[in-house]
Design a protein around this ligand. Structure first.
Ligand SMILES: *[C@@H]1O[C@H](CO)[C@@H](O)[C@H](O)[C@H]1NC(C)=O
Ligand SMILES: *[C@@H]1O[C@H](CO)[C@@H](O)[C@H](O)[C@H]1NC(C)=O
Length: 562
C-alpha cells in the first residue's frame, strides 16, 4: 500500500519535473527564438535634425503609454514617413523613456500639463486638455496628431493635404480627437485657452471641448485625398471630415467582428475599447486586431540595451524572477517531500519486517487451512507498528465526516482560486508579450492555489486523525499529541489527488483555449465561451474539492484508527 504510494509520489514528482522543463523551454523559446533579427541603430533619415514644415505628433503623459508611442513610431517609419515625428511629453515621463523615444527617432518636446477645468470628469482625464497644446506647435505649418493607442498601417502622408481642422466623426455625430490634422497658430491656441473655462465639454475632456469649439463640424465635407491641388486650393475650407479609414475604431470592430470598411484600405487603427489597451498582454487573447499591434511591437529594434521587441530591462528582470520563484519554492518543498518519501520507504521496510515477524508467528500459531484473523485483529496485534506511531492504539470512533466539511472545502477552494487569480493578475507585469503573460498567470495561479489548498488538505487530514483520538483519556491525548509532533504524516500525491488535480488543471487550461478550438474571433463570443468554461471549472472544482477533503479526512482517520 505504502509502496504504491511512494511509487505514485515519484511518478507525480517526475510529471512535475517534466512540466517544469516544458515551461522552461517555452519561456526560453519566447525570449530567444523571437529575438530581433536585425539589430542596429535607427536609419539615418530617422535621426534627421533639420525640421520639416509638417510633422506627426503624439502626446505622452507617463511611461505607461511609452510602448504605445514606440509602436506607433515604428508603424509610421514602416510606412516611410518624410516628416518630423514629434512627441510632446509631460514630466510624468522618465528620462529613460525620453532617451528611448529619441533613439527611436522621435523629436521629444517637454511640455507642462494643462489643468482640466472640469470638476466633474473621470479621474483618468486629469491632464487631457494638454492635447490642445498641439495647436500651439507653431514651428510647424501643419500637424497630423495621433493618439498613443493608434497604429498606422498604410502611408497617411496625404493627410497633410487636409485643410483647416480635420478629424473623424464617430458615433452620434461627435468628432473623435484620436486622429486630427491641425494648423497650429498662437492666435487659435490663445482663443481656445480663453474659452476652456466657459465651453461645455460632454466628455469632461478635450474631445468634448473640441466638439463644442468646432461648432457644426458634423456638417463638414468629407476629405477627399484624390482631389488635384488646384481644385483643393480653390475650395476655402475651415474644416474637413476624415473617413473611417483614418481612424478605424477597434470598438467598432468588436461589435461587428469585422472592419466596417475595406480592411486592406485601412490607414490608422485606433485601439479604443475602454481600458483594453493593446500593450496589456491579455487583450491579445480577446481582440483579434491586437495581433496587428503585437506584430509591429516584435519588430521594435534594440535602440538601448534590452529594449528590442518593446521589452524593458526592468520588466524582463521581474518576469524572470516571477517565472523562477515558484520553481525555487517547489524545489525547497520537494526537498521536504524527499525526506517524506524516505520516511515512507523506511516505514515500509520497517512494517514489512514487522509483518514478516508476525507472519512467522502466524505460521507457527495457525496451521495451514485454519481461518486467518481479520485485518483489524491483525493490526491490533502489531505492537507499535511504525506506521501507527503517534496514533492512539485503539480508537473506537465510527468514521463520520463532519457535516461542514463539504461546504468548508468548497469555500476554501473558491477563496484560494480567486486569491491566486488576483495575486497572479497583480504580480504579472501588464506589458509583457501575450504568451509570457498567459504562462506567468497560469504558473502563479496554479502555484498559489496548490499551496493554499494543499495546506487546507493537510489541515483536514490532521482533523481526520484527531477525530480518531476523541475517545482517548486526557493522559493518552497528551502522549498522542507529543507523539504526533515527532511523526507527522501529511497529504501526498496518491491516485485520487493526482486524478482530481489533473482533471481540474486540464479544465482550467481549456478555458482560454476554447475560443481558439471553436474558432471564434468575436470578443463577445470569446468572452461567452470563457464564462462557460469558467462555469465548467467551478463545477469540476466544487466536486474535486469536496471529494478530496472527504478523501483526506477519511485517510487521516484511517491512518490512526487502524
Ligand atoms: C505656446 O507656444 C509659445 C511659442 O512656442 C510659447 O512661448 C508658449 O509658452 C506656449 N504656450 C503654452 C501654454 O504652452
Ligand atoms: C464504541 O463506541 C460506541 C459509541 O460511539 C459505543 O456504543 C460502543 O459500545 C463502543 N465500543 C467499544 C468496543 O468501545
Amino acid at each position: 500500500m505504502q509502496g504504491a504510494l511512494v511509487r505514485r509520489t515519484r511518478a507525480c514528482t517526475m510529471v512535475r519535473g517534466w512540466v517544469s522543463c516544458a515551461l522552461c523551454v517555452l519561456m526560453l523559446c519566447t525570449s530567444v527564438c523571437a529575438s530581433p533579427i536585425s539589430r542596429g541603430l535607427p536609419a539615418e533619415s530617422v535621426i534627421r535634425k533639420s525640421r520639416t514644415e509638417q510633422a506627426y505628433a503624439t502626446l505622452l503623459y507617463g511611461d505607461e503609454f511609452l510602448l504605445g508611442v514606440r509602436v506607433l513610431g515604428k508603424s509610421l517609419r514602416d510606412t516611410g514617413v518624410t516628416k518630423d515625428m514629434v512627441a510632446l511629453v509631460s514630466d510624468g515621463v522618465s528620462d529613460g523613456g525620453i532617451r528611448l523615444l529619441e533613439a527611436d527617432g522621435w523629436i521629444v518636446e517637454r511640455i507642462e500639463l494643462l489643468a482640466n477645468p472640469n470638476s466633474k470628469r473621470p479621474t483618468r482625464f486629469w491632464g487631457v486638455y494638454t492635447k490642445l497644446k498641439i495647436f500651439n506647435m507653431t514651428d510647424y505649418r501643419r500637424v497630423v496628431y495621433l493618439d498613443a493607442d493608434t497604429i498606422v498601417t498604410r502611408s497617411i502622408e496625404d493627410l497633410f493635404e487636409c485643410q483647416g481642422f480635420c478629424a473623424n466623426l464617430k458615433h452620434s455625430e461627435r468628432l473623435n480627437s484620436g486622429v486630427m490634422v491641425v494648423e497650429p497658430s498662437s492666435r487659435l491656441f490663445e482663443d481656445m485657452i480663453s474659452k476652456v473655462q466657459t465651453t461645455y465639454s460632454y466628455t469632461g475632456g478635450d474631445q468634448g471641448f473640441l466638439n463644442s469649439y468646432y461648432v457644426g463640424f458634423a456638417d463638414a465635407e468629407l476629405f477627399n485625398p484624390d482631389l488635384s491641388p488646384e481644385i483643393r486650393k480653390a475650395l476655402p475650407k475651415k474644416m474637413e471630415r476624415l473617413s473611417t479609414l483614418y481612424n478605424a475604431d477597434v470598438g467598432l470592430f468588436a461589435l461587428a467582428n469585422k472592419w466596417m470598411v475595406d480592411a486592406s484600405e485601412l490607414r490608422v487603427i485606433h485601439y479604443t475599447l475602454g481600458p483594453l489597451k493593446p500593450w496589456d498582454w491579455y487583450t491579445a487573447w480577446l481582440l483579434e486586431p491586437v495581433k496587428m499591434w503585437q506584430d509591429i511591437r516584435v519588430t521594435l529594434e534594440e535602440n538601448l540595451p534590452g529594449t528590442g521587441q518593446g521589452r524593458d530591462p526592468h520588466t524582463s528582470l521581474i518576469t524572470w524572477s516571477l517565472f523562477l520563484i515558484p520553481f525555487l519554492v517547489l524545489c525547497y518543498i520537494k526537498r521536504t517531500f524527499l525526506v517524506q518519501i524516505q520516511k515512507d520507504l523506511f516505514g515500509l521496510l520497517c512494517s514489512g519486517s514487522v509483518f514478516c515477524t508476525y507472519a512467522r508467528q502466524l505460521w507457527y500459531k495457525y496451521k495451514p487451512g485454519a481461518t486467518l484473523p481479520s485485518y483489524s485483529a491483525l493490526a491490533a496485534a502489531i505492537p507499535n507498528g511504525c506506521k501507527h506511531q503517534g496514533c492512539p492504539k485503539d480508537s473506537n470512533v465510527s468514521c463520520r465526516v463532519p457535516k461542514h466539511l463539504g461546504i468548508s472545502a468548497i469555500s476554501v477552494c473558491f477563496f484560494s482560486l480567486f486569491f491566486s487569480l488576483g495575486l497572479a493578475a497583480f504580480l504579472v507585469p501588464r506589458q509583457v508579450m501575450p504568451w509570457t503573460g498567459l504562462l506567468l498567470t497560469y504558473e502563479w495561479t496554479f502555484f498559489t492555489f496548490f499551496m493554499l489548498f494543499w495546506k487546507y488538505l493537510d489541515h483536514v487530514y490532521s482533523l481526520g486523525r484527531n477525530s480518531a483520538t476523541k475517545s482517548l483519556t486526557v493522559a493518552e491525548e497528551i502522549m498522542y499529541s507529543a507523539d504526533k509532533l515527532h511523526s507527522k504524516n501529511s497529504v501526498s500525491w496518491d491516485t485520487e489527488t493526482c486524478l482530481y488535480g489533473i482533471v481540474t488543471a486540464f479544465v482550467a487550461l481549456l478555458i482560454p483555449a476554447l475560443p481558439h478550438i471553436v474558432g471564434t474571433t468575436a470578443i463577445f463570443g470569446r468572452a461567452g465561451l470563457m464564462v462557460s468554461g469558467g462555469f465548467l471549472l467551478a463545477i469540476v472544482a466544487t466536486y474535486s474539492a469536496e471529494h478530496l477533503a472527504t478523501h483526506w479526512f477519511l485517510k487521516g482517520h484511517d491512518d490512526c484508527s487502524h
